[in-house]
Design a protein around this ligand. Structure first.
Ligand SMILES: [Zn+2]
Length: 325
């Protein structure tokens, strides 16, 4: 029986069910803890908000989410456990690091004075996958990697190499962050050249581009792709994302596509730091950005366009199950 590590322990991949492959409970951009006027971290209030948000998606059949939060973006494993217990949603926790520009790259830059830190990154990933995260007993179930817009920096390249090595040892899936619809093929090529298996890689934020040529150039590497920012219309209208999904399913790629939101919790509770006051216009363009959007709005639209129940099941259930099997 194939199993996957969730924050509450290993479960059979058959139990995953409808899965959102790239979400977050909270977002803590590095440096938020340096803001003297940041709202104090209140895990109970945050947990309540997350459980409430997940229950709405659960009512539509959602069973599992991958919390794609890397180590350096405020990941809180105790919160993940609490939320999973109270909501009944399986949560798969990530190890891994964010982009050089937006993550906590300083430590590794410092370490690189003493030699190539790629092995140290690999050891961190291996510790969190095989022994657990700090003393929580929770083992990471995916590796998250990320690159910036238009290039993979030497720092990011080290993280991707280390991720591929850790996957070779442990078969743990790798999910990626791409910026503005760039570097997908390059990420896939680098990971595969270092020994990662294409069928265990998900190139994320693919909808950052609406160019089918870009999408197919990633798919040609044999990897999965994720339209995982559905609802963030500030970055790309959902209409274009839906057109791409329908087109790619139409030419036979249903078995390589996953859908998700990259939702990061209620911005007034779950975005760490000072309270965010979004202008009304911003609220409008992310009005559908919730864990239930795929189930409530996107899937019905895909069906309306002729995508069969079978293909929906392939994208939401079978692909995640195969990725973790
Ligand atoms: Zn994300």
């Amino acid at each position: 029986m194939a199993t996957v590590n969730t924050v509450l322990g290993p479960i059979s991949t058959d139990e995953l069910g409808p899965t959102l492959i790239h979400e977050h409970l909270i977002m803590g951009m590095p440096g938020w803890e340096c803001d003297a006027l940041a709202v104090p971290y209140d895990r109970e209030a945050i947990a309540r908000s997350c459980v409430h948000a997940l229950e709405k998606a659960k009512a539509y059949g959602m069973k599992t989410m991958v919390d794609a939060t890397p180590i350096d973006l405020g990941r809180d494993v105790e919160l993940q456990k609490e939320v999973s217990e109270r909501s009944g949603i399986n949560i798969i926790c990530a190890t891994g690091l964010y982009t050089e520009a937006m993550g906590k790259s300083s430590y590794l830059s410092f370490r690189s004075q003493f030699g190539d830190p790629t092995t140290e990154i690999y050891e961190t990933l291996m510790k969190e996958i095989t022994q657990g995260i700090a003393d929580t007993g929770v083992k990471a179930g995916v590796i998250k990697v990320a690159t910036g817009q238009g290039e993979i920096s030497p720092h990011e390249e080290r993280i991707l190499r280390a991720a591929a090595w850790a996957q070779k040892e442990t078969a743990t899936p790798i999910i990626t962050h791409t910026e503005a619809g760039t570097m997908g093929p390059e990420q896939a090529a680098l990971l595969i050249s270092e020994g990662a298996a294409p069928e265990r890689i998900v190139i994320g934020h693919i909808g950052g581009s609406a160019n089918l040529q870009y999408h197919t150039s990633v798919l040609e590497k044999g990897v999965y792709i994720a339209f995982d920012r559905l609802g963030i219309e500030a970055l790309q209208p959902d209409a274009l994302r839906k057109a791409c999904i329908i087109g790619l399913v139409g030419i036979g790629y249903a078995d390589r596509i996953m859908l998700s939101h990259d939702y990061s919790g209620d911005f007034s509770v779950c975005w760490l730091g000072r309270r965010v006051e979004l202008p009304d216009l911003a609220k409008e363009v992310i009005g559908h950005w919730h864990y239930e959007h795929v189930f409530k709005n996107i899937i019905p639209a895909l069906k309306e366009a002729g995508v069969s129940d079978d293909k929906i099941d392939t994208m939401m259930v079978q692909n995640p199950r195969r990725l973790f099997s």
